[in-house]
Each structure stands twice: as structure tokens, then as C-alpha cells.
Design a protein around this ligand. Structure first.
Ligand code: GLC
Length: 753
């Protein structure tokens, strides 16, 4: 018995010793090093190592305002090597602190021109150069992702954020956006392509439902996003406030998953616009990875612009999302997928790479002087390239042998440095830049910097209303030429009520015109605006009209560069200036029915010049219009072939010779439009399918070539749910504007049968 008992005891001892020798799971787990985010290959391990609490925190921003007044930031999980990354506006410069966060000291940046001016350059190289400056300033301030560019189509000239967008035409908008994204991301800083999608008005922007045909969606409102996603690969896309055909963009599976990710292959992060998410679970489940910005932590009372969006949002909390996962409303795989997209973005950022290790994030940090000076230089250069000379009767411009200029108009008379409304350098809202006032060059200062004597009405800082006819005579007598500046502000959050001039503005132009013409002198009007304005009622009184847009801080210098002839204007309109608002295709359907909160895009694919040309409605100034101080001829249009086979994807090449016939160097924007003679589908009369800006010395000729692809000749077939090209005869139209076609040819798509 004893022996047997001893054996059992020995056996137990052996088992115990064996058990003690096997490391416990807990200690094994404790001993296994925690996963760390080091690269893309580590992401799955990191996600496995995250607790559910950490996952649900990662998909929501850390709150607004973000650190030091930036727009927002992501959640850090330090023990897994996941830093918080900084997201900052905007499309006209780096915005840190300021307008929505009055209690946070601002950081000044270069106030670049509004995006509409960038697209008015039609120059991808210029846009890339400016975008690199954005990236440089973002790096100096430790910004990881710039919340730009905005590429929504300028559907209606009253759209409040038109200034912040590029064009009424998706090809131009997409091409400019692609250049901008490449420029910023070449500096190692990410971008956010926004606002996806069909966000074309400010009225009720957080609740409005856009009713739109599939074809209009595909041919007008999505192509700029598609081009930018495929050709520039933005790190992030920002989903918009509005709903599209009954489903809010932030939780619109068709837009965010079926189209953006599956069709276009987008593999970055979709973040929501600020407080745009209505249903967190739906948003996360349908493709919106990151819910921005998180809780409001700003000073109360909330600024109006924030209150408007905040009140229509659902306040997503980690606990809510965690509970949804635990009760099966939301699968953990979904959160893992969102986390994966966010981590893939984070590992690209300068913060993650340690490049911002020595950044001073305090409000004391300002841009280096060199960066400030470079920003100003690039601003001045691109601003003069995007300004559009709309009229120049009898070569009024450039100034020849003039030295004293009479200036009138509210935006020219006062200087922004004295705190009053002076030159308008940009738009309001999230794109507004905290510019150093000493860096702002008003129109008067710009003219003086160019060594002109400037006289305004009786030398007083008279506002526009105060200028009387006798003032006009006073100015006309004492100056060589008159100049009136007409300004309009633009801002996020509010659509414009009209595009009219004030009667006193028109009267001022008439009075000055009469006074200067009586002295055999001339009058120039400078438009300091962010979107089209009515011109038909007064343009005959002006000898020249320069569209200066809202050109950034170097405004006055850039305007003076054009007026003096130092720079030969080369900008062209990216949006039509209609004669009157009732001509506009969305007239009556903008901003929609505020009772039903629905806006009907009844005009469908007929937006901008697509409408005016098809309906034979003459615009005041056409899409693509812009004059130069020289003139160009177009000759020798050639096609590599006049036939395309229906089911062959081969593209053709079009070439055309452009010559500078004038006495000064200049730049011409050559535009290629296509027209289908006998389509069995509805089609706009013409559509932009190519453009190139070239520099020509006097007497120089260059050959410009354009590829013509099958897709560029196709339409979106709603029944087949895909792009289709149809056989038939196409015209290729090459011109200096959509209304100034200089060379034509034809090509045929032949059915192989
Ligand atoms: C805004 C804008 C968006 C901006 C964001 C952060 O409401 O719609 O363009 O990037 O909030 O400021």
C-alpha cells in the first residue's frame, strides 16, 4: 500500500513540476511583446493587439478644436506606437486657430488665392508649385493632412462656396485637383479630397437631400473626384454633409463603398465632414472610416457656423459604438476595417515618421521668414496668372505712359491694414487663412509699389456711396486713367441671394466713365469677387475689365503687375458669367425646396456652358474666355486618324499649331471640345476634353497635342450602368474659349460589324 501511495505522490509531484515548467498563458502573453505600429505589415498584428475600447476610440476624432486650434486630430494609442495625427484646413492656405476658435492664438500663414483663381490659370504646373508651398507651410506647422482640395461642381453661380471650388466643368476641376493633390503630397503631407459628394450649396447643407439622375451624377458631379482619386491617390476623402437620393453621403454605401472603393479602387481613409455623421453605425458600416471631429471642446457660445452643423449631427461616443458591437448591431470586422484604413494613413504621415519630432507646436511658432517670402512670391506669381482680362477695348490695358491713376470703389479706397474692408483676399469659413495683415497688399499699395501716383476721390477714404459726380470730374481732371474696384465677399455656410451689382456701383461706373471719356481718358473696372457677377448692365461703360478674383495676400501687387503690363494676362474663366441669373440652368431649382429639404437637379447634365451652348443662350462671358495683350492664331489641326473602332480602346492624337502674332510674349490656353453630331442620346452641344497652357514669344509657333480616348467620347448609359461609346460622327473643336472655336475637324467611331 505504502509503495502504491508513494508512486501516486511521485506522479503528482512530476505533474506539478511539469505544470510549473509550462509558462502560463498569461505570463506567455505578458511576456510576448505588445505589437507596435511600424509599417503596413504590422497593422494586422496591431489591430489584434488592440482592445475593443481602443478600436472604437480610433474611429472618432479627438475633438474640436484640435491641438493648438487646428481643425482636428486622430486618437493616439501610444503603447501600440500609434500617434495622433494633425488635420488642418484648407484650400487657400494653412489655417491654425482664429475664426472659429477665438480663444486660441492664431498662427499666420500665406493667404494664397482662392481655388477658383487657381483653376482660372488652367496651368497644372503653376497649381503644383502653389500646392508645394502649401505642403511646405503644413510641414512647418506640423500638419499631417491638409483638408483640401474641394472639387464640388459650381452648379449655380450663387453657391456660397463656389470660390472654394474649381469649375462648372468636371474635366477642368479634376485636372486642377489632381495637380494640387500631387503637389501637396509630394511634400509628404496628405490631402483630403472634398466634399464627397454633390455638395453644391450651403443652404441647409447638413440636411438637404439632392435628387439627381445617375447620368448627371456620373458625368458631372463625380468625374472630378474619380480623376483625382485614380490619378493622384489622395490619402483621404471627406464625405459631405448632404444626402444624395435619400442617403446621407456619410453613410451612403453606393457612394463610399460601391463607387469610391470598389469601382475606383480608393484605398485611403474616408473621414466625415465636421459633425456630418447622422448615424455612426451606418457611417462605419458603409465606408466612412473616421468620424470627425469628435466632441466640441471649444469656447461657448458656439460660433454660428459650428452651431449650424453641430445641431444636425449625431454625437457618436465610443461607448455607443462599443455597445453596438457587443449587441451585434455593428460587426467588429467593420471596426477593424476602419482601423486598418486609418492606420495605413497614419504610417504615411510625417508625425509617424518622426519628421515632426522637433516642431514647436506652441502659438509662438511662426513660419520662417524665408517660407513667408517664398509664399508671398508664389502667391503674387500665380495670382497674376489666374486673373482674367474680360474686356480690353482699344487696348486700354496695359497702362502706357500713364503715371497718375484715379481710384474709386470701396475695395480700392481703404486698406485692409487699417482694419476696414479693403481688398478682399479670400473667402470666409473654414478656408479663411489667418494672414499677417502687414503682408496684405491692397490695390492702392500695389499701384504705389509699381510707382504709380494714386489719387482717390478728393483724397479721402470715401466709400463707394460717397463718390459724387463732381468727384468723378475731380478725378478725371487730375489723373490719367480711372480705376473702379468692385468687391464681393464669399463664405462657407451661406449662399448668395443674387449676383447683382448695387445701383450705386453701376452709377459710379457711369459717372466716372462719362467724366473720363469727356477728357478723352479711359476707365478700368477691377472685379475683386469670388464668383460671377452681373456685368451686362455696365460693361459698355468700362473700357477694360479685369477679373482679379480674391487673389490672396499679394492682391495689389498682382493686379498692378497685370495693369502695368509687367505680366501679360493669361487666365481664362473656369465658370460662365451669365447675362442674367434667370438664364442659369438651375434657375428655380436652387437652393431647392426648403420645406421638403430637397433640391432637384432637374437640369441634369446641362450645367454651365453645357447648358448655354445647347440652348443657344449667349453668356456675358463664356466658359474658357480670357484676353491677352497679344493675339494667337490656330492652324493646321491634324488627327492621327479620323476613325476609331467601337470596341477597340485605342486613342487618337490631335495636334494643332498655335502662333503668337503679337509684339509681346504671352500664354494661351488651348481648349479641346467634342461634339456628337447625331447621338441617339441626349448630349450637351460640346464638352471640354483637353486643354493646355503654352508660352509663346512674339512670332513663335508651337504644336499642341491632345489624346482623344474612347472614354472621352463616351456617355454614361443609365440602363447599362456603365460608360458606353456610341458609333457616329464627332466634331473636334479647338479654340481659345468655348465660344471662340478656331479649328475644327471630324472623326467617326465605326461599328466593327
Ligand atoms: C467644415 C467644412 C470642411 C472643413 C471642415 C474642417 O465644415 O465643410 O470643408 O474642412 O469643416 O474645418
Amino acid at each position: 500500500m505504502n509503495n502504491r501511495f508513494n508512486k501516486i505522490i511521485n506522479l503528482c509531484m512530476i505533474v506539478i513540476l511539469l505544470l510549473l515548467a509550462i509558462p502560463s498563458r498569461a505570463s506567455a502573453v505578458e511576456r510576448r511583446p505588445l505589437p507596435k505600429l511600424v509599417n503596413e505589415a504590422s497593422i494586422n498584428e496591431v489591430i489584434k493587439g488592440m482592445t475593443l475600447d481602443e478600436k472604437v476610440r480610433l474611429v472618432i476624432g479627438i475633438g474640436y478644436p484640435g491641438p493648438n486650434g487646428v481643425a482636428g486630430a486622430t486618437y493616439a494609442i501610444p503603447h501600440l506606437g500609434i500617434p495622433s495625427v494633425i488635420l488642418s484646413d484648407g484650400p487657400a492656405g494653412i489655417r491654425i486657430g482664429g475664426n472659429f476658435t477665438p480663444d486660441i492664438p492664431i498662427k499666420t500663414s500665406t493667404a494664397f488665392p482662392i481655388p477658383s483663381l487657381l483653376s482660372a490659370t488652367w496651368d497644372v504646373n503653376q497649381v503644383k508649385e502653389v500646392a508645394k508651398s502649401f505642403g511646405k507651410e503644413a510641414r512647418e506647422y506640423g500638419v499631417d493632412v491638409l483638408l483640401a482640395p474641394g472639387v464640388n461642381i459650381q452648379r449655380d453661380p450663387l453657391g456660397g462656396r463656389n470660390f472654394e471650388y474649381y469649375s462648372e466643368d468636371p474635366f477642368l476641376a479634376g485636372t486642377i485637383a489632381t495637380a494640387f493633390i500631387k503637389g501637396v503630397q509630394s511634400m509628404g503631407v496628405g490631402t483630403s479630397l472634398k466634399h464627397f459628394a454633390v455638395n453644391n450649396q450651403e443652404t441647409n447643407r447638413t440636411t438637404i437631400n439632392v435628387v439627381i439622375s445617375e447620368r448627371a451624377l456620373r458625368e458631372i458631379y463625380l468625374p472630378a473626384f474619380e480623376m483625382a482619386v485614380k490619378q493622384a491617390k489622395p490619402w483621404t476623402v471627406m464625405s459631405s454633409y448632404n444626402a444624395v437620393n435619400g442617403s446621407f453621403s456619410t453613410q451612403n454605401k453606393y457612394l463610399l463603398t460601391d463607387i469610391l472603393r470598389k469601382e475606383w479602387g480608393f484605398d485611403g481613409v474616408v473621414m466625415s465632414d465636421w459633425w456630418a455623421v447622422k448615424n455612426s453605425f451606418a457611417a462605419l458600416a458603409f465606408g466612412n472610416d473616421l468620424i470627425m471631429p469628435g466632441v466640441y471642446k471649444g469656447k461657448l457660445p458656439m460660433p454660428d457656423l459650428i452651431k449650424d452643423v453641430y445641431n444636425n449631427a449625431s454625437a457618436p461616443t465610443p461607448d455607443l459604438i462599443k455597445a453596438a458591437i457587443q449587441n451585434g448591431t455593428l460587426s467588429e470586422n467593420t471596426i477593424d476595417s476602419c482601423a486598418r484604413n486609418i492606420l495605413k494613413m497614419i504610417i504615411k504621415t510625417p508625425t509617424f515618421k518622426g519628421e515632426y519630432r522637433n516642431i514647436d507646436y506652441s502659438h509662438k511658432k511662426a513660419l520662417t521668414q524665408q517660407t513667408e517670402e517664398e509664399g508671398a512670391r508664389i502667391n503674387r506669381k500665380v495670382a497674376s496668372e489666374g486673373m482674367v482680362l474680360l474686356k480690353n477695348a482699344d487696348n486700354t490695358l496695359p497702362f502706357k505712359g500713364l503715371n497718375t491713376i484715379g481710384v474709386a470703389g470701396q475695395n480700392s479706397v481703404v486698406d485692409v491694414t487699417n482694419g476696414k474692408l479693403g481688398i478682399i483676399i479670400g473667402g470666409g469659413g473654414s478656408s479663411q487663412v489667418n494672414v499677417n495683415p502687414k503682408n496684405v497688399v491692397s490695390l492702392i499699395r500695389g499701384l504705389k509699389n509699381a510707382n504709380y501716383n494714386v489719387l482717390n476721390s478728393r483724397g479721402k477714404n470715401k466709400m463707394i456711396e460717397g463718390l459724387s459726380t463732381s468727384d468723378a470730374a475731380y478725378l478725371a481732371k487730375r489723373t490719367d486713367i480711372g480705376l473702379v474696384s468692385i468687391g464681393r465677399i464669399s463664405t462657407e455656410g451661406i449662399d448668395r441671394l443674387d449676383m447683382n451689382m448695387k445701383s450705386e456701383e453701376v452709377q459710379l461706373i457711369k459717372d466716372l466713365s462719362a467724366a473720363y471719356h469727356a477728357k478723352k481718358k479711359k476707365l478700368v473696372v477691377v472685379l475683386n469677387i469670388g464668383a460671377p457677377i452681373e456685368v451686362a448692365s455696365w460693361r459698355d461703360y468700362a473700357d477694360a475689365i479685369l477679373l482679379a478674383w480674391q487673389p490672396g495676400q499679394e492682391a495689389g501687387n498682382a493686379i498692378a503687375d497685370i495693369l502695368s503690363g509687367k505680366v501679360n494676362p493669361s487666365g481664362k474663366l473656369p465658370e460662365t458669367f451669365p447675362v442674367k441669373y434667370s438664364d442659369v440652368p438651375s434657375y428655380g431649382n436652387f437652393p431647392g425646396d426648403t420645406n421638403t429639404n430637397t433640391v432637384d437637379y432637374a437640369e441634369g447634365i446641362y450645367v454651365g456652358y453645357r447648358y448655354y451652348d445647347t440652348k443657344h443662350i449667349k453668356p456675358a462671358y463664356a466658359f474658357g474666355h480670357g484676353l491677352s495683350y497679344t493675339n494667337f492664331t490656330y492652324d493646321n489641326l491634324k488627327l492621327s486618324s479620323t476613325k476609331m473602332r467601337l470596341n477597340k480602346s485605342k486613342s487618337l492624337t490631335l495636334s494643332v499649331d498655335i502662333s503668337n502674332e503679337g509684339k509681346v510674349a504671352g500664354k494661351e490656353i488651348v481648349q479641346l471640345y467634342i461634339h456628337h453630331n447625331n447621338s441617339k442620346f441626349e448630349r450637351p452641344y460640346k464638352e471640354l476634353k483637353g486643354f493646355e497652357k503654352i508660352s509663346l514669344q512674339p512670332g513663335q509657333t508651337k504644336t499642341v497635342t491632345f489624346p482623344i480616348s474612347k472614354r472621352s467620347l463616351s456617355i454614361y448609359n443609365e440602363a447599362l450602368k456603365t460608360w458606353v461609346s456610341e458609333p457616329g460622327l464627332f466634331k473636334v473643336l479647338v479654340g481659345s474659349s468655348s465660344q471662340d472655336i478656331r479649328q475644327k475637324s471630324e472623326l467617326r467611331i465605326v461599328d466593327n460589324k
